[in-house]
Design a protein around this ligand. Structure first.
Ligand code: PMP
Length: 404
């Protein structure tokens, strides 16, 4: 990988903050956008803007074609069987809410159970808790071990005849753990239980083939994969999506409407109510093309080297605690040093131009489990460099010396 060339595609990386060169290590929260994505958006608004699926005129048809081509790009990217299994949403959160709402409405009765895990992001907790309120379903939680790995042995014990779905994250946004989703899916399927994969933190790092994985649902957000904000993807196997009722009403999701009876459109439109965010959908496909042009295996090798180097350097600092010590990790390091508050560390690093995340990372139950309020989190992307890790480590050491 030619990092300098890659970095030149991301103008924001050569900006300064407080007069210091920006070191952006908050990629788990959102990634920066390459020029091609921003230019694509500009181009669409300047040359192609028209509502999709609605007009007989040239622009509308052209915009529709591009948006549907973008669906094909995503289909290929995750190797979905059909393009109608790719639903565009606002992001991972909306994708999970959609499935929680529609799946539970169709398949869950009071007392039925959904299994999630102790390391989930709030999006994969609260969406199901809302269904607990509405439908009286019960949530069960897979515990983690001291390395921050899922206890698959315990997961097996949680499965009962009332289990309707297992919903887990692929990669933890706090611990960096890569969960054994292949094994989880195999166990779940041996009990005829479908599996939802939250791929918000994996899609930008690991090649994903939904047919090979055989997952039933999978979600990710555009903004974490070098694409635009406000757009995301829900993949679902056709037979599940076919049976599930629509999530929202209006726009292209109808076949016919009358006051006596409304019928719904076919997939994928049944789940895409209202005017779709087609410019972002199209630019998301540009981001995927960009990623493919570099190649996920090369990106993973680069990010793994950064993760290894950063972990080794951090471990040289006295009284450091790294949260998530699995041998199978990806692009994320969470830590605390002595009794330095995570906000203090984050704010002082910021003044040195270094952007990291601090706090509970939308995983408060995991923080309770770990017995902490929050962590400092550095997360890497394809454009980060060893030199940036050095600046980060120097920054952390400076903060430590200020407190000692
Ligand atoms: N799941 C995980 C694992 C995440 O890291 C995030 C974003 N932090 C989400 C879900 C929610 O993603 P979004 O806010 O883009 O919907």
């Amino acid at each position: 990988m030619n990092i300098e060339k890659i970095r030149s595609n991301f103008p924001i990386l050569s900006t300064t903050v407080y007069g210091k060169p920006l070191v952006y290590l908050d990629n788990g929260a959102t990634t920066q956008k390459p020029k091609c994505v921003v230019e694509r958006l500009e181009d669409i608004y300047y040359t192609t803007n028209a509502n999709v699926h609605r007009g007989v005129h040239y622009l509308s048809q052209h915009a529709t074609d591009l948006a549907e081509e973008a669906r094909n790009t995503i289909q290929k990217f995750i190797n979905a069987k059909h393009n109608r299994e790719v639903i565009f949403t606002k992001g991972t959160t909306e994708s999970i809410n959609l499935v929680a709402h529609s799946f539970c409405q169709r398949f869950c009765k009071e007392g039925d159970e959904i299994i999630i895990s102790a390391m989930e992001h709030h999006a994969n907790i609260v969406s199901w808790q809302l269904q607990e309120e509405i439908r009286g379903i019960k949530l069960k939680v897979i515990p983690i071990n001291e390395k921050g790995e899922l206890r698959i042995d315990e997961m097996k014990k949680l499965i009962t005849s009332r289990t309707r779905l297992i919903s887990v994250m692929h990669v933890s946004n706090v611990l960096g753990t890569i969960n054994p989703i292949e094994e989880i899916i195999e166990i779940a399927h041996s009990h005829d239980i479908p599996v939802f994969i939250d791929a918000a933190q994996s899609i930008q790092h690991l090649p994903i083939d939904v047919q090979k994985l055989d997952c039933d649902f999978l979600a990710f957000s555009g903004h974490k994969i070098y694409g635009p904000n406000g757009v995301g993807v829900l993949y679902g196997k056709e037979h599940w999506l076919d049976e599930m009722p629509p999530y929202q009403g209006g726009g292209e999701m109808i076949k016919s409407v009358s006051f006596a009876k409304t019928t719904f459109n076919e997939l994928p439109f049944k789940f895409e109510a209202g005017t779709p965010d087609y410019p972002d959908v199209i630019a998301l496909a540009t981001a995927v093309d960009y990623l493919n042009s570099i190649g996920l295996p090369a990106i993973k090798r680069h990010e793994d080297a950064l993760l290894k180097y950063c972990t080794e350097e951090l471990l040289k600092i006295k009284n450091i605690r790294i949260f998530g010590t699995s041998g199978n990790k990806c692009s994320v390091i969470s830590f605390l040093i002595a009794d330095i508050h995570h906000y203090d560390m984050g704010m002082l690093l910021d003044k040195m131009g270094i952007a990291v995340r601090t706090g509970h990372h939308c995983a408060q139950p995991l923080m309770h489990e770990l017995g902490i309020e929050g962590t400092v989190r550095a997360s890497f992307a394809l454009y980060n460099t060893k030199e940036e890790i050095d600046l980060f480590i120097d920054g952390v050491k400076k903060v430590v010396s200020m407190f000692s």
